[in-house]
Design a protein around this ligand. Structure first.
Ligand code: GLN
Length: 473
């Protein structure tokens, strides 16, 4: 049974109240956060009052959602009314949003209990968790290692059981990479499956709400609540949300999973290679047809991603000009205020991306960088489309290695951590990172990528993998 199902049973049988459960989590966070750096803000009063409400409704016998009364946490780039929302930046240190993001609101309406706001790389730009302006979130499996980013706190919170599940955001891999490093399930749904309203923008054409859980089953549960049309986000799809549990345990015999040679590069560490082979063996034993594929999307994806995301990021973050949003530095003219504000309140990575993003958008550079990047993005989308003529899902590593220690990487090397996650992002496809079952001490994840809006296939293949390895444990 999944973590949510187990807690739901205990809550339903009144072995435990949601209030007590919430207290357990709040106490654990208070004890552990100084060494892990997972949370930026705790909201104990709000959480306990949400928990109490659910307890009262349960006593009255009201029908409750399985997520009701379950403690969760939210990456600090989602607006939460009256609760600090900093994007781990000094720029938004004093920002109290007047409204709540649609996805968070939907969870709260289902009875979700929000424990607090989670650490991240500043404005979700980063792959390590080290670019938070406050303190880094580290890996609960080994405190000398990075949690991965940018949803560092989201992955670490679930891995350390400081939240039952969490929300992250994934623009180029920000939920999947830390999920792989921390040994949890990180789901990036199809672009447009979940409303982005209230999620603070980085690269709007790629930004997706992500979900971190300890099992695939729970991921399906959380997505079911958040997915679906929202009048407040015109890019959110109006396609109906399927019942992800219908057929989630249907046998996999005959399912075709593509294994693209381009993702199995020489720099995959031997432990990752071994772990991935073991996963493929499990799928083979479940009757899955493994189809060798050529999917030439890895080589150019990082460059394309950085051009497009930095250009969009530069444009989105230009609103923090000392006048409209965020902190303000001194200056004699509005141009000077804007310059000084950025200089003073943004960290190095954000500044670097804003600078390169602005350069890519200059008229003279459009034909050299931006337009070719868009053309390549189209090629990547078409390549996936071709692949999905032949297979139902695509299998890939999430990262080349286990979580590294936080030393000795250049900015460029850190950006390259995402080479296997950005292709699905550029194509807007749903993709999950699931922990491989290994006997090694540090976690390794594998990805399953599905056609647009086929999260159901990911959940089915992921859930049956988990069931199979649990069975043999
Ligand atoms: N690590 C990638 C970056 O730094 C992805 C970030 C994200 O998905 N938000 O841009």
């Amino acid at each position: 049974m999944s973590a949510v199902q187990q807690l739901y049973n205990r809550l339903s049988k009144k072995e435990l109240s949601s209030y007590e459960l919430t207290e357990v989590y709040l106490n654990r966070i208070t004890e552990e956060n100084s060494s892990l750096g997972t949370y930026l803000t705790l909201c104990p009063e709000k959480a306990l009052s949400q928990a109490k409400d659910v307890d009262i409704r349960r006593v009255k016998g009201e029908p409750l959602h399985p997520l009701a009364g379950i403690p969760m946490a939210v990456k600090d780039n989602f607006c939460t009314a009256g609760i600090p929302t900093t994007c781990a930046s000094r720029m938004l240190r004093d920002f109290l949003p007047p409204y709540t993001a649609t996805c968070v609101r939907r969870l709260e309406e289902a009875g979700g209990v929000m424990l607090g706001k989670l650490n991240l790389d500043e404005f979700a730009m980063g792959a390590t968790g080290e670019y938070s302006a406050y303190y880094p979130a580290v890996n609960p499996h080994d405190l000398d290692r990075m949690a991965g980013g940018s949803s560092s706190g989201s992955a670490a919170s679930v891995a350390a059981d400081l939240a039952v599940y969490s929300l992250g955001s994934d623009t180029g891999g920000s939920v999947r990479l830390p999920a792989s490093f921390c040994g949890v399930v990180g789901m990036k749904p199809t672009y447009g499956r979940i409303s982005r309203f209230g999620m603070i923008a980085f690269a709007s054409s790629l930004d997706t709400v992500g979900i971190v859980t300890s099992s695939v089953y729970d991921s399906a549960m959380v997505l079911s609540v958040m997915a679906g049309a929202d009048p407040l986000d015109a890019t959110c799809s109006t396609l109906p949300v399927p019942d992800y549990f219908h057929g989630i345990a249907a046998p996999l015999a005959g399912l075709r999973i593509g294994v693209p040679e381009e993702f199995f590069t020489e720099d995959l560490s031997s432990e990752v290679q071994k772990a991935l082979q073991t996963v493929l063996d499990v799928y083979r034993s479940l009757g899955v047809v493994l189809v060798p594929l050529s999917l030439p999307v890895v080589e150019d994806s990082l460059a394309v991603y950085h051009i497009l995301s930095s250009a969009e990021g530069a444009s989105n973050l230009s609103r923090y000009d000392g006048v409209r949003f965020g902190a303000r530095a001194a200056g004699k003219t509005s141009a000077e205020i804007a310059r000084n504000t950025g200089e003073q309140f943004f960290g190095g990575e954000v500044k670097a991306r804003m600078e390169s993003g602005a350069a890519y958008l200059e008229e003279a550079n459009m034909a050299i960088y931006y337009r070719p990047a868009q053309a390549k993005q189209q090629f990547i989308k078409d390549s996936f489309k071709d692949a999905f003529q032949k297979v139902d899902l695509v299998f890939a590593p999430t990262a080349t290695c286990v979580a590294p220690t936080s030393h000795g990487f250049t900015r460029g090397e850190k950006r390259a951590f995402d080479r296997f996650t950005v292709p699905a992002s550029l194509a807007g496809l749903p993709s999950v990172s699931i922990p491989c079952k290994t006997n090694d001490t540090l976690p390794i994840g594998f990805q399953l990528i599905a056609p647009h809006f086929r999260e159901d296939l990911i959940f089915r293949a992921g859930h049956l993998y988990e069931k199979e390895v649990a069975h043999h444990a």
